[in-house]
Design a protein around this ligand. Sequence first.
Ligand code: PGA
Length: 252
Amino acid sequence: MARRKFIIANWKMNGSLELVQTMSQTLRDKIKLNHPPCQVVLCCPDPYFSELQKALQGSLIQIGAQHIHHKESGAFTGEISVLMLKDLKIPYCIVGHSERRSHFAETDDMVHTKTQLLVQHDIHPVICIGETLEQRQAGIHEETVIMQMVKALQKIQHQDWPKVILAYEPVWAIGTGKTATPEQANEMHSVIRKQLHNLTAPEIADKVPILYGGSANGANAKELLSKPEIDGLLIGGASLKPQEFLSMVMAV
Ligand code: PGA
């Protein structure tokens, strides 16, 4: 089953106006010329949305957010809302990243609420799931990841499934230089896919893209992407280096 491929950059709390320009410049022409068989999405920090939109205008590259609040509006100083993303025509948003879960106490319930809000407003949630090193060593990595996924996707409506993107990001691999082996990632993606089949009809489950994230870089992208269950990459550190990021897009 051919699924859509994605290369998604997660700049985290990094970047500058200069990076907005150099990244856009580097990607624009190449991506136009080569028509890569993947959707490229840049999840930049909120203050750069407008500049990045301008810099990417007319290109095939899309913009994503890294976070929304679980309410639509209100007295939540410093937060941003799904309605703002909609207003700005931002079509993707990361949810449940392990850094949000650990540093900002984002719970499975919040991930569920945010996922619902995003799909209701026609924004693609990029739902991050992944186990810690302790959970892997204790042999509970599969059930941990499945539980996170099931909680995020419970009660999702039939028509909203095509908006969903999953990202398997083992916490021990994020920013550590320790990538899951392509085999480890492929194996977990198969477990996730199997569980998707328990949640919805096979023709829907088979279409949900499952990306890998965690120390993916220019050197390992090709091998990771060669695995049948890996439908793309969610990239942190290496997404801040325009040439390396471009090479990962070209590796699809
Ligand atoms: P990394 O981050 O590529 O720097 O490991 C991935 C992520 O957190 O999405």
